[in-house]
Structures are given as C-alpha cells and as structure tokens.
Design a protein around this ligand. Structure first.
Ligand code: KG4
Ligand code: ZN
Length: 340
C-alpha cells in the first residue's frame, strides 16, 4: 500500500520577504514570495517597516499558497516556519502565525534554521536538478552568511569555514552602494558585469587563514578606488560601470573559488552545492559549471526560485523533520542569532 502524502505548509519571514509554500512530500506545489519594495528607497532593510509589512502580507500570501497548491487547511500534515537567524520583529510574525495555525489545526509544528534550509533546498524534487549524495560540501552565500559546510546527512552538518566580517552578499550590496546603485545591489552588479571586462581593474584579494573569509577590506579598497577616480573624472562611474562591476564580481568569485579549492583539497569531497541569495549570480554559476570540467567536481546550484529567500526551502527541512518526528511545541522561541 502506498503511504498517504505528507503536506507541509512552510512560512519564511526572516528578513524582508514574506513567503509561503506548500509541499507534497519533497515536491513543491506552490512557492509564493511577496517582496517588500518599501525598503528600496532607504538603501537597506528597515526592521520596523519589515515587521509591519509581514503583518500585512502574511495572510494573503498563505492564502494564495494554499489556493495555488489546491490544498485545504484540513489536508495539511504539519507547519514549518523559520526560527532564525533574522530580524526579530520579522521572525515573530511568521512564528506566531505558524504556532497558532498548528495549534488550531492540531498538527505538528517544525522550527527551521534558515541556513539549514538554504543547504537542504537541493533536496527539493525538481525535474532536471540532481540531488547531491551525502557527504558533500555546501557553500551558503547570502546577505547574512558566507559558510563552507560539510554536510554528512540531512541533520548533521559541520561548518569548516566562514566569514570573519561581512557576508559575500554584503560585499556585493555595499560595493553597489558605493557605485550609487539601489539596494539590493547584488543582482545589478551581476547584470552590468555581464557587459563588462572582468580584468579591467585589479583589486587585491584578502589574506585570510584556512577556509575563512573576509570581505570588509575589499569594500574599503573599492571605496578608495572609486573616490580616487571620481576626483579625477566626475563621470568615472557612468563611463566605466560595466567594467567596474565585472572587476568587482570577478574578484569576489576568485575569493570564493580559492576557498572552495582548498576545501576540496582538505576534505577530498568533490560535490559542491551552493545556496543562498548570491548563488543566483550568473558569474558564480558559470564559474562552477566550468569547474566541473576543469577540476572534476560535481556542482549543484538550486533552481533560481530556491536560491534567494523562499519558503519552499523551509518546507523541505520541515518535511524531513516530519519524517523523523522532530516536532516543536508552542514554547519554541524565535532567535535573531542562532547556532547552526
Ligand atoms: O539569501 P538571501 O535572499 O537573503 C539572506 O538570507 O540574506 O540573499 C540576499 C543577498 C543580497 O545580498 C543580494 O544582493 C544577493 O543575495 N543577490 C545577489 C544576486 N541575487 C541576489 N548577489 C549577486 N548576484 C546576484 N545575481
Ligand atoms: Zn537567506
């Protein structure tokens, strides 16, 4: 007899996107994200506004996710939500909603670590996307994290390298800000870089021991570089935008690739799975594809909609927690900072 399907409703509200998804086992039936454009004019996420927008968005977003999945509340097997890390006011909107809904429906509740979800996003069943085989190396690159992780099973992970200051997403966003580009600047650097020469300008890579990263020095270097050149030519940015973006992106990719090569040499693992918002970057995607032929790696990049913050990735962790009866009760607390 075939087992009845497990339906998980997942809610993600750690930063400035309100997201809900419905999964049937490891397949995504719906994946809805409401982006909060209100922050764009401030050049970054304003926590107070994010929390308020989540409160406005959460009911319609969940409603659309259920409707699109063609699933009623009574069919749900469990509810997964992001416990942290993230902005406290934002996390609380998702967790309170998940808790009360799970209680009202009398179904299990699963608290999910946001970065765990970026790693397990690779296990969402999607046509044309292979899943890594344990053990493998994962690299989470987002606006808040830069980590290299040894993934031994769905729930056993070991961080072997991480940033000592800025995350790689911040390196993109802060560089973009220096160039006068709106927040979040990562996707824009990517866009302009595609038309530019990556070797046009040289930036030095930071020297950081082992598998750790540092990006704050690069940001300062870019700031001085831009200030110096704008003093000589006020139109420097406009005239060289594509080349500057391509050179910045190239440097960031080199930094990442150097550490990945080291991680492969140290662990002997050649499967590399990347996750987090920055894995949407086309330069990183292309470089990893090239590395397959060059170094014999097998690389995994999630489907685009599962790279930046989304609830489907929270749902896949929820599904695996559900299978192992890893449930939480309503006393589970949201955490702005949380150990991985
Ligand atoms: O994972 P994510 O959506 O949110 C966090 O958990 O932080 O990552 C957001 C980050 C931002 O810094 C954004 O600029 C960056 O991902 N990002 C990109 C691209 N798309 C998003 N960075 C470079 N190239 C992109 N195409
Ligand atoms: Zn994220």
């Amino acid at each position: 007899m075939t087992k009845p399907p497990i339906y998980i409703l997942a809610i993600e509200s750690s930063c400035d996107d309100t997201a809900a998804a419905v999964l049937e086992n490891n397949k995504v039936l719906s994946n809805i994200v409401a982006r909060q454009s209100i922050h764009d004019e401030y050049g970054g996420v304003v926590p107070e506004l994010a929390s308020r927008a989540h409160q406005q968005n959460i009911v319609p977003v969940i409603d659309v996710a259920l409707k699109k999945a063609n699933i009623t509340k009574s069919q749900l097997s469990g509810i997964a939500f992001t416990q942290g890390p993230g902005l406290m006011g934002s996390l609380l909107v998702g967790s309170s909603f998940a808790k009360s809904m799970a209680m009202a429906l009398n179904i299990p509740l699963m608290a999910v670590h946001h970065m765990h979800a970026h790693v397990l996003a690779h296990f969402i069943d999607e046509e044309g996307f292979d899943k890594p085989v344990f053990p493998f190396l994962a690299m989470t690159i987002s606006g808040g994290h830069t980590q290299i992780i040894k993934v031994k099973s769905f729930f056993e992970m070991e961080i072997i390298g991480e940033t000592t200051d800025d995350a790689v997403g911040e390196a993109f966003d802060k560089s973009a800000k220096i160039l006068g580009l709106p927040y979040p600047g990562g996707p824009l650097i990517d866009k302009y870089a595609q038309e530019g020469n990556p070797k046009a300008f040289q930036f030095t890579k930071p020297k950081v021991d082992g598998l750790n990263f540092s990006f704050s020095g690069l940001k300062t270097q870019i700031l001085y570089f831009v200030q110096k050149n704008v003093a000589l030519n006020p139109n420097f940015i406009e005239e060289n935008r594509n080349d500057i973006c391509a050179s910045i992106q190239h440097t960031i990719i080199q930094i990442i690739m150097d550490k990945l090569k080291m991680a492969v040499a140290e662990t002997g693992m050649t499967q590399i799975a990347i996750g987090g918002g920055v894995s949407a970057n086309s330069g990183i995607r292309n470089t990893l594809k090239e590395a397959e032929a060059k170094y014999g790696w097998k690389t995994f990049v999630p489907k685009f909609e599962y790279t930046t913050d989304n609830a489907a990735m929270i749902g896949i962790v929820g599904y695996h927690k559900f299978l192992e009866n890893q449930f939480n009760d309503a006393s589970v607390v949201s955490k702005a900072r949380i150990e991985f």
